[in-house]
Structure formats: C-alpha cells, structure tokens
Design a protein around this ligand. Sequence first.
Ligand SMILES: Cc1cc2nc3c(=O)[nH]c(=O)nc-3n(C[C@H](O)[C@H](O)[C@H](O)COP(=O)(O)OP(=O)(O)OC[C@H]3O[C@@H](n4cnc5c(N)ncnc54)[C@H](O)[C@@H]3O)c2cc1C
Length: 397
Amino acid sequence: MGRLAETEGLTDIQEEILKTVRQFVDEKVIPVAQELEHADEYPTEIVEGLKELGIFGLMIPEEYGGLGESLLTYALCVEEIARGWMSVSGVINTHFIVAYMLMQHGTEEQKQKYLPRMATGEVRGAFSMSEPGLGSDVSAVSTKATKLEDGSYSITGQKMWLTNGGSSTLVAVLTKTDEGAESVYKNMTTFLVEKTPGFGETAQGVTVPGKIDKMGYKGIDTTEMIFEGHQISADQILGGTPGKGFFQMMDGVEVGRVNVAARACGLAIRGFELGIAYSQQRQTFGKKIAEHQAILFRLAEMGTKVEVSHNMMVRAARLKDTGKRMDVEAGMAKMVASEYANEVVEDSFRIHGGYGYSKEYEIERLMREVKFMLIGEGTSDIQKMIIGRSLLKDYKS
Ligand SMILES: Cc1cc2nc3c(=O)[nH]c(=O)nc-3n(C[C@H](O)[C@H](O)[C@H](O)COP(=O)(O)OP(=O)(O)OC[C@H]3O[C@@H](n4cnc5c(N)ncnc54)[C@H](O)[C@@H]3O)c2cc1C
C-alpha cells in the first residue's frame, strides 16, 4: 500500500494479526472476489478461512474463547477485508455488533450461552432494527412483543434489510413492548431470537422469505424476516430487563459506525490502488495518463482522502477503546469515510475510461459496492444530525 493508511503505535500482536489478514485477503479473497460477486455466490470457503483465523472472535474476551482484541484491531482487519471484497466484511459486521451488544449488555448467563460459540463462528449473529416502513427513524418500530400470562412473549411484525438474515442463527431483534413509559424509547426491547440458517420457516413463527436482489454487496444474504406469533422466553431479552432495547441498539450501532467507516476506508484504498496502477499503464497523446496533470491531481486528491478517512476512523476506534465518549467522532468518521470512498472510487472509475464500465475490471464492482457505505449504519444526513446536535450541546452559549 506504500505510505498511505499506515497506523502508528500498533503493538507487535496487532501488526502480526494485520499481516496475516492482509496475506489472507491477497491470496484468498481478491483472486475470487470478481467471480463470486458476479455470480452472487456466498463466499463459503472465505468464511471458513476467517473462522480459522479467529476473526469471528476477534473482540470477544479471552474468558469466552475469543482473542480479546480492541476495536482498533477489529476495525483495521475490517479495512483489510473490505479492500479485498466489501461483502466479506459484511459477513462479520452484524456478527460483531451482536457479540458487542452481548458483551456490553448481556446477562452473565447469556454471555456464557452465546459468546464462546460466537467466537468460533458456530453461532452467527444478525441484528434487526429496520422495517419496511422505517430505517433512520428507529422510534417508529412497530414489530410488537406482547407479554403472555406465563411471562413469555409473542412477537409479531415484519423486519427488513437483515444483513446475514439467512445465514445467521442468532438475531438481535428490536421490538416495541408495553412498559408503560411515556417515552417511546423506553418502550422498546431487544430479543435474542434463535433460528436455523437458511430460508423459509427458520424457527416457530419466524419466516425468512429469501434474498433481496441488490445492486451490489452481493454474495452475502440480505433478507426480510416475518414474525407471526413467535413465542420466546423472557430469558431471551438482552440484559434480562425489558425497555432498554433502543439504548442497547444505539450502542451497537455506534461501534457499527466505526466498522462501516473501516469498510469505506478499505474500498477507498482499493479504488486508489487500482486507479494509480491503471494510470501508469494507459497511454494517451504519447504519454502515460498519470503524466497528465489532471490525472496527477486526481490521484493526489484520492490519496489525501484515503489518508484523512483512515486517520479519522483510527481516532474514533481508539477513543472507544479508551472508554471515552465518541458519538461525534464515530459519526464524523462514518460520514467522511463513506463520502470520500464514494468520491475516490468514482475518480478511479473515471481514470479507467471506458474499461471502468466493463465487468472485467474490478472498479465496476467497487462502483456498485461503495454506494451502500452512504446508507448503512445511518445515512450522512443522520450522521450530520447526530454530530450537529452533540456539538450544539458541547458549545452551548
Ligand atoms: C444492503 C443493506 C443492508 C442493511 N442491513 C441492515 C441490517 O443488517 N439491520 C438493519 O436493522 N438495517 C439494515 N439496513 C437498513 C439501513 O440501516 C437503512 O436503509 C438506513 O438506516 C436508511 O433507512 P431507510 O432506508 O429507511 O431510509 P429513510 O430513513 O426512509 O431515509 C430516506 C432519505 O431521507 C433522509 N432522511 C431521513 N430522515 C431524515 C432527517 N431527519 N433529516 C434529514 N434527512 C433525513 C435519509 O438520509 C435518506 O436520504 C440495511 C440496508 C441496506 C440497503
């Protein structure tokens, strides 16, 4: 990668993990990404390889069978993986968010029950807030969990856009419950729903209709999930107490934002690599196109955007690792990295001329994949609301 996107102050262990992941991506991901993506085929072998590397348990504490690494290590691994193929980083993203929510908010019993099997990748996580009628406005959740006489709950409603909705076996589902609170945010509860992998009726009253056909982010399954009187024990409430679901989900989404920023960084790095390589091969008007100032300036801007995004992502991850508040930093990193990745990939596409429009060239895939960075874990508009409101509080006059 040359001098861009370097991270200072890493430990020997972090360097070693990153070197291993980079090698895995170069040898096992990049060579097959195009073919699998165009066929919309699930990357089974790659996922098995990631299990062997311990990626599914990277941040899970050692006492629960994971590697106990930091958010920074995790984010840097995600950046490497997304550089190879963004969809693969999506396989571990929701898994990581569910594991994180369990680590932060789960009861000891829930941690013992799930984390060791999540660390090996035997249990695979998905998380579900969105519904057909809502994404940004989480307060509008309508999937309802009704308390039954025996203390268990019955869930009915429709969920939308579940990344890993088919392949997962444990889904953190945000529902509306009646806690008698005035605030809508305190009438929401997260349930840990167990299901079998696959499509159709995957648990009693839980149907996963099939894969949503998407513009990019292929290979990985994104699904709807329909609940029709799914009966679930109160023991499956995350943390054991109802009414805390919204706050638990927002905590998960906050680290998810660093994660999406890291994925955007990976896409930007790859876009830059492809653009700078092509610009030194292609000749027009008697010289390499890199020697035309318009292309040179474009490369300079792309490199600068890669560097800015990487540093903001690293800073947000480091802040979280020190336990400091980082809502603004995570929002900024997510917004800047995704917007810049979109620009860098488009610049690389322009550098490729007509060939960039051909499916033979990797940049065509990146063009489709990068658009999802602008949407996932909150659009840029939503990041601006979070950043702006928080800054107004900090700088209140
Ligand atoms: C491929 C894919 C995978 C996904 N995976 C998951 C998943 O695993 N789990 C999950 O729960 N969700 C998932 N999502 C859903 C995703 O989080 C939402 O799509 C996203 O939050 C945006 O919500 P929306 O689509 O409902 O857009 P809307 O909220 O309807 O927004 C539409 C437009 O209005 C703007 N807007 C909305 N509100 C405001 C406002 N107050 N001020 C200014 N502008 C505003 C938005 O920025 C956007 O431009 C996924 C989505 C996709 C496409």
